[in-house]
Write a protein that binds this ligand. Structure first.
Ligand code: CMP
Length: 139
């Protein structure tokens, strides 16, 4: 299992609020290399599949509705210790608890509209990256 890759999405709130450029700038200036990048949108069905691990949780339906409400940016990122370092860079899931200067503290409004997703393990980084990208789209 690779420990130098993670997967991220810039969520519909951050895209709608014009933060794509600022977030990608912060990511690359923090030492992550972009391996794959895509501007796209999730249907409700695809959002449900992506977040299937959360099916049954009370926030699942709202999560699926929100994540299919507008375009997103998907990316695979490379750096030593990528999963843990990226989670530090984005901050806590609830932006009101995120450290100052983190992406969620800077750009997120609520636990639902929390600007970015970051994989929580090497295994999920691999699964989530492959959900969006083929081998021909990774460099
Ligand atoms: P993300 O890292 O994309 O993974 C699942 C998402 O569900 C999470 O960010 C939040 O945006 C959303 N969510 C809403 N409520 C909760 C909650 N109570 N716990 C975890 N995630 C939540």
């Amino acid at each position: 299992m690779e420990s130098n890759k993670t997967f991220t999405m810039i969520k519909p709130d951050a895209v709608a609020n014009g933060h794509i450029g600022a977030i990608l700038d912060k990511i690359t200036k923090s030492g992550f290399k972009i391996v794959a990048l895509k501007y796209t949108a999730l249907s409700a069905q695809k959002a449900g599949e992506f977040y299937a691990v959360h099916a049954g949780r009370p926030f699942y339906n709202d999560l699926v509705t929100f994540m299919s409400s507008g375009p997103i940016v998907a990316a695979i990122l490379e750096k030593d210790n990528a999963v843990a370092d990226f989670r530090t860079l984005i901050g806590a899931t609830d932006p009101s608890k995120a450290e100052p200067g983190t992406i969620r503290a800077l750009f997120a409004k609520s636990i639902d509209a929390n600007a970015v997703h970051g994989s929580d393990s090497d295994e999920n980084a691999q699964i989530e990256g492959s959900f969006f990208f083929s081998a021909f789209e990774k460099f």
